[in-house]
Design a protein around this ligand. Structure first.
Ligand SMILES: [Zn+2]
Length: 196
């Protein structure tokens, strides 16, 4: 059972695979906004929250159900150039696409099942007016992710890693990709133990 007793109070993952020893804090110029369905953030398998723990300049904006109340400036703050990361965008995120921005980037990443994400985007008009980008390739991160123990387990963190690697630096990308790798290893071990 996934009761609270089994979970680390800090990283909210199973105690025996707690990742607290690997979580570091980063203060980036780029702001991360996780647009997340209320149901999703409660899931133990949601990995977007590891990005929130690690990035001081980050915010979760909840949508769906009764808790979907938030202010516009929380989603698209004026002091940032907001961009939306979505696999269906016509443009590819690269250094060149960032050159025309005069303000630091607010990277909005929708998190949830494909259906939830589609609804999140279509129901939020503020998102229609900002540039949309997709990641340059699905290599590396996503080929690893398909081996993830559960569907929808790691794509969000992997996508955030790749996007921040482009907007910020390789150090932050490597940090998150390493965290993903450790998570996969520890979960595999846990699954094997359970099936014994
Ligand atoms: Zn922990």
């Amino acid at each position: 059972m996934n009761t609270d007793q089994n979970l680390c109070p800090d990283c909210r993952i199973f105690k025996e695979i707690c990742l607290c020893d690997h979580i570091r804090k980063f203060a980036l110029k780029t702001r991360l906004t996780l647009l997340i369905h209320v149901k999703e953030i409660k899931r133990i398998t949601n990995t977007g929250r590891f990005a929130l723990y690690s990035l001081e300049n980050s915010k979760a904006v909840l949508k769906g159900g009764l808790e979907s109340v938030y202010q516009t400036h929380e989603l698209v703050p004026d002091e940032y150039q907001s961009i939306l990361l979505t696999p269906h965008a016509p443009s590819v995120l690269n250094k060149f696409s960032l050159q025309s921005f005069s303000k630091p980037v607010n990277l909005i990443v929708p998190d949830g099942t494909w259906q939830q994400v589609r609804r999140l985007i279509s129901s939020e008009k503020k998102l229609h007016a900002i540039p949309h980008f997709k990641l340059p390739s699905e290599n590396n991160v996503f080929s690893t992710l398909r081996k993830a123990p559960q569907e929808n387990f790691l794509p969000t963190l992997g996508a955030i890693a790749q996007a921040l690697g482009i907007i910020e630096n390789h150090e932050i990308q490597e940090y998150f990709e390493n965290l993903i790798e450790i998570m996969i290893q520890r979960l595999k071990k846990r699954l094997y133990r359970k099936s014994d």
